[in-house]
Design a protein around this ligand. Structure first.
Ligand SMILES: Cc1cc2nc3c(=O)[nH]c(=O)nc-3n(C[C@H](O)[C@H](O)[C@H](O)COP(=O)(O)OP(=O)(O)OC[C@H]3O[C@@H](n4cnc5c(N)ncnc54)[C@H](O)[C@@H]3O)c2cc1C
Length: 470
């Protein structure tokens, strides 16, 4: 460890009541084991600071920010797959998971949530009050990372991106000052945090507008691949319906096991009301299925997905106009490019499609920085992901992923269906989500960053995540 890092970690250890973990301790291992991807878990920070309060975070930032030789990373629930987004070699990782308090105001119309909480914690708490927030779908994901990157929820068609439902961010600025950003206090920072990622400070808690919720319809439908055109047609019809049924939220995935060469076609249709047979899914449910687990359930049950073992993971994304013809073409591209691509060990590819109807995208028209308000009508977002076991094959998998995405984008352009949004929470390291928000948002974010962090500490001393610097 460099002398300056020894000194940074020593000064953090001297902070009264702050837990600072070093390699070979169980506290250190607990953070490392909690990352979703092996790439993140295999980085080895010099020390890990585990704040128990917003004030602890303020003290940490006051101690290390502006100190050359103290690079750092911020971790919430560690679900960003790319190496270095929420962890760091030769630096300090700030693990926020103890900032997981969830409280509500008197009538439970607002939930105050620590950014280290998982969405499962949030739903388990709020379900008991028949309330929810428009948060992530997988319970293991963190409140911090998902919200700062936008956030797609089952409730997004009625409430917008998760960030659109935030009414206050508590944030530690580069000076170590703990402040609030909301519609009346620091409104520029408030807007910048709605999609602007980790570029402005460490967000310690967020107040969200809640929504009423009871039982919801959810589960999975597996169809034989031979029905893919019918499933794609049903998906496209749902995604382009006028008016869009705001209680409907569906993902449809094509999953390829590169070892067995088997494709699986899986949809997760959700209806956010206690209705067993909503009209919006009539066409999908009429297609013969291999299995169907769709039933009435509660959000915290649905979000409680089995944790998968740490493995190599990558994400990448694109946004397109919804079209059954394009979906058919994307399947063909994936099959043609991936079928004969073999590496040592296991390898799975998943292309997941989800509607981005205008009724959803327009919610945050002027409130967030994602630039989706001017989207040319209904859209659909693709999450193209891979998971594999052999780390030595990573360069090959990354190159193949870029090739497949390039071919999909070329096909979408050919159909006139390529859209600009590169959704940050699904983006690959080779992509530029902030630039995809459009020149106005990009310039706005840079202005706000210069105002609140003039020395660009959160651009340079915090290397992880998508940055605003060129
Ligand atoms: C299994 C799975 C399911 C997913 N489901 C969804 C979904 O339903 N909807 C959706 O929109 N996305 C989803 N995602 C994507 C997810 O939103 C991103 O991976 C997100 O970055 C994860 O947030 P995190 O807090 O767990 O991650 P982390 O890896 O801890 O953080 C991600 C990034 O945010 C920064 N960050 C985190 N907290 C803070 C903070 N408090 N202050 C400043 N910066 C911070 C980190 O430094 C890092 O750069 C899913 C991902 C996975 C792996």
């Amino acid at each position: 460890m460099s002398q300056s890092l020894v000194s940074c970690c020593a000064r953090l250890s001297a902070i009264d009541g702050l837990d600072v973990a070093f390699p070979n301790s169980s506290l250190y291992a607990a953070t490392e084991n909690a990352y979703w991807s092996i790439q993140e878990a295999s980085l080895a920070p010099s020390c890990i600071a585990k704040p128990n309060s917003s004030e602890d975070v303020a003290r940490i930032i006051a101690t290390i920010a502006n100190q050359d030789g103290c690079p750092f990373a911020i971790k919430s629930q560690g679900h960003a797959p790319a190496a270095g987004f929420a962890n760091i070699d030769n630096g300090i990782t700030i693990d926020l998971t103890a900032l997981n308090a969830i409280t509500t105001n008197k009538d439970a119309s607002v939930a105050h949530i620590g950014t280290g909480a998982s969405w499962l914690d949030v739903y388990a708490h709020l379900d008991t009050l028949n309330k929810t927030v428009a948060g992530g779908r997988n319970g293991g994901v963190g409140v911090g990372g998902l919200t700062l990157g936008g956030g797609i929820s089952y409730f997004s068609p009625q409430a917008g991106f998760t960030c659109d439902t935030a009414i206050n961010f508590e944030i530690v600025l580069v000076s170590g000052r703990l402040v609030n950003a909301n519609a009346t206090s620091r409104p520029d920072l408030f807007r910048a945090l709605k999609g602007g990622l980790s570029n402005f400070g460490v967000v310690t808690s967020i107040d969200f507008r809640t929504l009423p919720v009871g039982e919801i319809l959810g589960g999975r439908v597996v169809n034989s691949l031979s029905y893919r055109s019918e499933v794609f047609a049903a998906f496209a019809k749902i995604a382009t319906a006028e008016p869009y049924d705001v209680h409907a939220s569906i993902t449809t995935s094509i999953i390829f096991n590169a070892v067995t060469k088997a494709w699986t076609l899986l949809s997760a249709p959700i209806y956010t009301k206690p209705q067993t047979d909503p009209e919006v899914y009539a066409e999908l449910f009429a297609i013969p299925s291999v299995s169907n687990t769709v039933q009435l359930t509660q959000l915290h049950t649905l979000a409680n997905e089995t944790a998968v073992a740490q493995t190599n993971q990558l994400f990448s994304t694109g946004t397109y106009g919804p079209s059954a013809q394009l979906l058919d073409r994307i399947f063909d591209i994936c099959n043609e490019t991936l079928y004969d691509f073999n590496i040592t060990g296991s390898l799975q590819w998943i292309a997941t499609f989800e509607p981005l109807p205008t009724v959803f995208a327009a919610q945050g028209a002027h409130g967030n920085v994602l630039g989706t308000a001017s989207a040319a009508g209904n859209g659909m977002i693709l999450l193209l992901s891979a998971s594999w076991s052999d780390a030595a094959s990573s360069p090959l998998v990354h190159a193949k992923n870029e090739q497949v995405l390039h071919e999909i984008n070329t096909a979408a352009e050919h159909f006139g269906l390529l859209r600009s949004l590169v959704y940050a929470n699904y983006a690959g390291t080779f992509q530029t989500p902030v630039a995809s928000y459009g020149a106005q948002s990009d310039a706005f974010l840079r202005r706000v960053a210069r105002k609140y962090d003039p020395r660009a500490v959160f651009q340079t001393q915090l290397p992880g995540g998508f940055k605003l610097v060129d």
